[in-house]
Design a protein around this ligand. Structure first.
Ligand SMILES: Nc1ncnc2c1ncn2[C@@H]1O[C@H](COP(=O)(O)OP(=O)(O)OP(=O)(O)O)[C@@H](O)[C@H]1O
Length: 444
């Protein structure tokens, strides 16, 4: 495509599918008619920019779009699953109007089948009708709301930002505590890396969701929409099955896999869960590991530096080794049983809290900042992390909410300090940080 704007005319029920490289930016403008991006309406005068993105602009009535910039691919598709998707939305709206039956929807299916896109569409359609559902993101591989390696719950009170997705939503709502997303640090991209910890976090998220639905009448009536990590056999996936139970799911949308649908329908029969079979969109594309890596790097960059539309300042902060405890939940590094005090059982490794050595290996790590109280100081030589790991009951740290994240840019061993990037100015006020596998290398 040439750099000058190209006009695309969509007939009713068609969508423009496009892929934009990470090194390019494409801008889209609605010239005539109505169009939407995963359920969020395009404004008539606005220009939307996309970079490193695959997506589709759909029109129920037909529209004209002007697209400027170079797409890796762009084509108009007439066959879409949108009628099936809007039928689900209408059924959910009916359920919302019946007293005491707020929908608790979970979307499952294989990788790249369009689960997040469907969740976003259902949330957007609900928001456009004045509903305020919660979006529960249980996909730590491609966290939508904050950095990868996390689970989160976000109140969707307006349609999700067309350019920045849920990240834009979280950024614009972070001013008001009731709207700020609740985030739990898992530290891995795959629930199977530590299934017990993952399930413990889902339990915490479920309890927080229940509290939120009880406290906020609008959210209580609108219910929840849960996104999950791609699973080739959700019926046997312990993370999925646990989440269905913990979040008391009553609508399960199975996208793009007949066998998975029929297995789940049989398995969940008689449990009051409506299991829906939904087609995969022909536009949902398989993303390579390299593409996902770039996508996650973009998400982390947005966390620290804001979105292109809403740039934020980030701050380089010095953190002294003696002021912090960096801990990891769930490690094999437990002492052999023979070294435990007599009569004391070994704690299961999955939720054991262990101190992390403060050394160069921390460079590029993303650390979750928590609200855990500082370990009491005494006069022995133990580091804060060691005291914390020994003193704090694991329960206090497993499932604690992340109140933010910092990225380690440098470790100065001689001066016993870390240099971190933080979206918040000033000294780090909180001192217990959680470490996981999430890394990010800042590039210019
Ligand atoms: N109709 C469509 N046209 C073009 N692109 C689409 C369409 N639907 C989804 N996509 C894109 O396809 C990719 C995969 O979709 P999505 O992220 O929704 O899948 P997913 O099942 O949630 O993936 P996973 O759980 O494996 O991360 C995304 O880049 C998304 O924007």
């Amino acid at each position: 495509m040439a750099d000058t704007a190209r006009e695309w005319v969509l007939k009713a029920g068609e969508e423009l599918r496009f892929e934009v490289d990470f090194r390019r930016t494409v801008s889209v403008r609605l010239r005539a008619g109505h169009a939407e991006y995963f359920g969020a309406e395009l404004g008539p005068e606005a220009t939307y920019e996309f970079s490193g993105e695959n997506g589709a602009i759909f029109s129920w009535e037909g529209c004209t779009l002007a697209v400027a910039g170079e797409c890796a691919s762009a084509y108009v598709a007439g066959e879409t699953p949108m009628v099936a998707y809007i039928n689900v939305h209408m059924a959910l709206q009916q359920q919302r109007r019946r007293q005491g039956a707020a929908p608790r929807v979970m979307v499952v299916g294989p990788a790249d089948c369009g689960k997040t896109s469907l969740a976003r569409l259902l949330l957007n359609y609900a928001a456009r009708q004045g509903e305020a559902p919660l979006f529960v993101d249980l996909d730590p591989a491609s966290a939508s709301v904050t950095v990868p390696g996390t689970l989160s719950a976000t109140a969707i009170t307006k349609t999700v930002d067309i350019e920045c997705g849920f990240m834009g939503h979280a950024a614009s709502s972070s001013a008001g505590p009731p709207e700020a997303p609740l985030v739990w640090h898992f530290g891995h991209e795959d629930p199977a890396a530590n299934p017990r910890l993952f399930c413990a976090l889902v339990d915490r998220a479920a309890a927080a969701v229940d509290r939120r639905l009880a406290a906020d009448a609008r959210a209580g009536a609108a219910g929840i929409v849960v996104d999950t990590r791609g699973s080739s056999d959700a019926g046997r996936d312990p993370a999925v099955l646990h989440a269905i139970e913990a979040l008391r799911i009553n609508v399960l949308a199975v996208v793009g896999n007949e066998r998975m649908y029929s297995a789940l329908e049989t398995q969940l029969a008689g449990r009051g869960i409506a299991v829906l079979r939904l087609p995969r969109s022909g536009g949902a594309v398989d993303r390579s590991p390299a593409f996902r890596q770039l996508l996650n790097a973009k998400v982390v960059r947005q966390y620290f530096y804001g979105t292109p539309r809403d740039e934020a300042a980030s701050f380089s902060t010095v953190v002294n080794f003696d002021d912090i405890a960096v801990l990891r939940v769930g490690e094999d590094a437990v002492a052999p049983s023979s070294t435990l005090p007599l009569g004391e059982a070994r704690r299961p490794a999955a939720t054991t809290v262990v101190p992390v050595a403060l050394d160069e290996s921390l460079v590029h790590s993303i650390l979750a900042v928590t609200d855990a109280p500082r370990p009491a100081s005494d006069d022995d030589d133990a580091t804060a992390a060691e005291k914390m790991a020994v003193d704090a009951p694991a329960d206090a740290l497993v499932g604690i909410q992340a109140i933010g994240f910092v990225s380690v840019t440098r470790v100065e061993m001689d001066r016993r300090r870390l240099i971190v990037v933080s979206p918040v100015a000033g000294r780090l006020q909180k001192h217990v940080l959680l470490h996981g596998d999430t890394k990010w290398m800042e590039t210019a």
